[in-house]
Ligand binder design. Structure first.
Ligand code: SME
Length: 164
């Protein structure tokens, strides 16, 4: 089945709402978390401008492990006490970083990254992983981007956690 989605909104809040609607439609009825993460990473990559990396790290009970993503090959394992992703996972709080070079412990997987938005994925009080978005532009992510990404994750968290 072809899965062609088009995104037309021009402001961030409306664009994220379109992506969340598409994501919810795509994951509906599919219980494989890897497949769902792969499709959601692809939707975000297609819809959200000025990204150089978009995807997931999964929590394996000890640390974060690279999951489905779009962009350049990336760091495979991230301890919870390292980097922007580790902070989001450890604190279970979104990290919106305007200048990654100013973030203590930032892990430079892709030297092009200038700003970053990392949203923890939590389902049934369990840490599933994080959604990580990187941009080559400084201060790329607005409060509206943060709210949009958080709402998307909240709407589909169960589908990113469950497995057959
Ligand atoms: N920069 C991230 C690491 C992941 S990559 O950007 C894909 C961090 O500091 O956690």
């Amino acid at each position: 089945m072809s899965q062609a989605f088009s995104f037309t909104a021009t402001d961030a809040a409306a664009l994220w709402a379109e992506v969340a609607d598409a994501a919810e439609a795509l994951v509906a009825g599919e219980r494989d978390a890897i497949a769902n993460m792969a499709n959601v990473a692809a939707l975000i990559w297609q819809a959200i401008p000025d990204l150089n990396w978009a995807g997931f790290y999964r929590f394996d009970g000890r640390e974060l492990v690279l999951g489905p993503f779009q962009g350049r090959a990336a760091c495979i394992r991230i301890p919870l006490d390292k980097g922007v992703c580790g902070a989001a996972a450890r604190l279970r709080t979104t990290q919106r970083v305007a200048d990654v070079d100013a973030f203590p412990g930032h892990i430079a997987c892709d030297s092009a990254s200038r700003s970053e938005l990392v949203v923890p994925v939590v389902a049934d009080s369990r840490l599933v992983g994080v959604l990580d978005l990187d941009s080559p532009l400084p201060a790329r992510f607005s409060a509206a981007d943060q709210r949009g990404a958080e709402t998307l994750v909240a709407r589909i968290a169960e589908a990113l956690a469950s497995n057959p």
